[in-house]
Design a protein around this ligand. Structure first.
Ligand SMILES: *Cc1c(COP(=O)(O)O)cnc(C)c1O
Length: 414
């Protein structure tokens, strides 16, 4: 039995998540005491050790092969507090989508299983609309094949999402070619935000709009700054995607797709929980949908200036520790973006004095347990390579640990 006191105590631990009301709240709390494992053996069970998986300290950037980012506490709270009750997935996606759309000043939004999924769903949406027969056909039987326009300089690994949805990529080079390439089979024009020209955002949107072709922009890794979450709808893109599991620090298998309402509806129509569409294998579970919402809300409410200052302070702390070693110097480097636009530290030294290359130092740190992952920044035009130490994904207590380990490896090479 749960007493009122216990209930209130538990309620205060439950984050305010849309949709968690009424009797659902009580049962969620009742279960969460045991299921969350707090204070039980489960809480201390070390799955990494049990399975022989090496824990990684990520002194780099968000990378999918390193499990992306660590979910915010708000996300974990949302996942834990919603895991104990069923929900109608159509309703959940609609309600969360409405809230996200409101937060981002767009007509509509949905949670996908990541930006790559959003690209498949967005493409599918522009092909099928709400046509059930077409939805069943994807990705086959389409003759002539739907076409998606991309700039030649924007081609990248993730554009395989387009043929995955049944469309063919038509490459263009420059505005004139784009105009000429648009025909009755064109369903969409895709812009990769981190690529450069020759057609810039505004012109790209203007050309597509003249021909009534929906535009899609992939800005998956392009926060910070937070403003980027609002930028592309203002320019006029019809569909926009961001990863959920990068710097927004939501679930790794979640992402955002937002923009024009009819297209978002068609994207949902091509997604789970519908049973047959192209997006069915790209399901997002209930907890992650709640979690993505909580992540975005927390991210938007964050004091970004303070966070940025904290990152700079972390660099200074590590720098102070390692620059006591002869010839070692550290430089704060802010990546201009659009992806990974945050500070990291570039470390260099005289290899006559510290007899290891940046690659050897990086390898030595990687071989430790816990493994510390750093990156190498290649020197251009004959300049030496440097060790790049990222700070934005470190847990607070890992900052000094990374500094110590790095100092130790470097000083042993003197
Ligand atoms: C990470 C990334 C993706 C894929 O995003 P997921 O959320 O992992 O599916 C797509 N495009 C770009 C530019 C990315 O950086």
């Amino acid at each position: 039995m749960i007493t009122r006191r216990k209930l209130l105590k538990n309620l205060s631990a439950v984050p305010v998540v849309g949709g968690l009301v009424g009797t659902g709240m009580v049962s969620a709390c009742e279960f969460s005491k045991t299921d969350s494992g707090a204070g039980t053996e489960e809480a201390t069970r070390n799955f990494f050790e049990e399975l022989g998986v090496t824990p990684v300290i990520n002194a780099g950037v968000t990378m999918t092969f390193l499990s992306g980012s660590l979910m915010r506490p708000e996300v974990m709270a949302a996942i834990n507090s919603t895991a104990h009750d069923f929900a109608n997935m159509y309703q959940l996606q609609d309600k969360v989508g409405e809230k996200i759309a409101e937060m981002l000043n767009v007509e509509a939004a949905m949670v996908t299983s990541g930006a790559a999924c959003a690209m498949v769903l967005g493409t599918a949406a522009t092909i099928t609309g709400m046509d059930l027969k077409k939805r069943r056909q994807l990705p086959d039987l389409l003759d002539p094949r739907p076409e998606v326009i991309m700039q030649k300089s924007h081609r990248y690994v993730f554009d395989q999402a387009i043929p995955t949805a049944g469309a063919k990529i038509v490459e263009v080079d420059g505005a004139e070619e784009m105009e000429a390439a648009i025909n009755e089979n064109t369903v969409m024009a895709l812009y990769f935000n981190a690529a450069s020209g020759p057609i810039l955002h505004e012109e790209f949107v203007a050309i597509a709009k003249r021909h009534n072709v929906p535009t899609f922009i992939d800005a998956a890794a392009d926060v910070p700054p937070k403003e980027n979450l609002f930028k592309f709808q203002k320019i006029g893109f019809d569909l926009i995607t961001f990863s959920g599991g990068k710097m927004i620090r939501g679930p790794q298998s979640a992402g955002l797709l937002f923009g024009r309402k009819d297209l978002i509806e068609a994207a949902k129509f091509n997604h789970s929980p519908h049973e047959a569409p192209i997006g069915r294998p790209m399901k997002v579970n209930k907890e992650e949908i709640f979690g993505m919402y909580a992540a975005l809300k927390a991210y938007l409410e964050l004091d970004h200036e303070k966070e940025w200052q904290d990152w700079l302070d972390r660099i200074e702390r590590i720098k102070t520790k390692i620059t006591t070693i002869e010839t070692v110097s550290g430089e704060t480097h802010v990546s201009p973006g659009p992806a990974n636009a945050f500070p990291s530290m570039l470390v260099s030294w005289d290899e006559e004095k510290v007899k290891m290359s940046p690659k050897e130092v990086s390898d030595a740190l990687k071989a430790e347990n816990p493994s510390i992952v750093t990156n190498i920044r290649r020197g251009r035009d004959g300049a030496a390579d440097r060790l790049s130490v990222g700070v934005v994904l470190l847990k607070p207590e890992q900052v000094d640990y990374v500094a110590e380990r790095l100092a130790d490896v470097l000083s042993k090479a003197v």
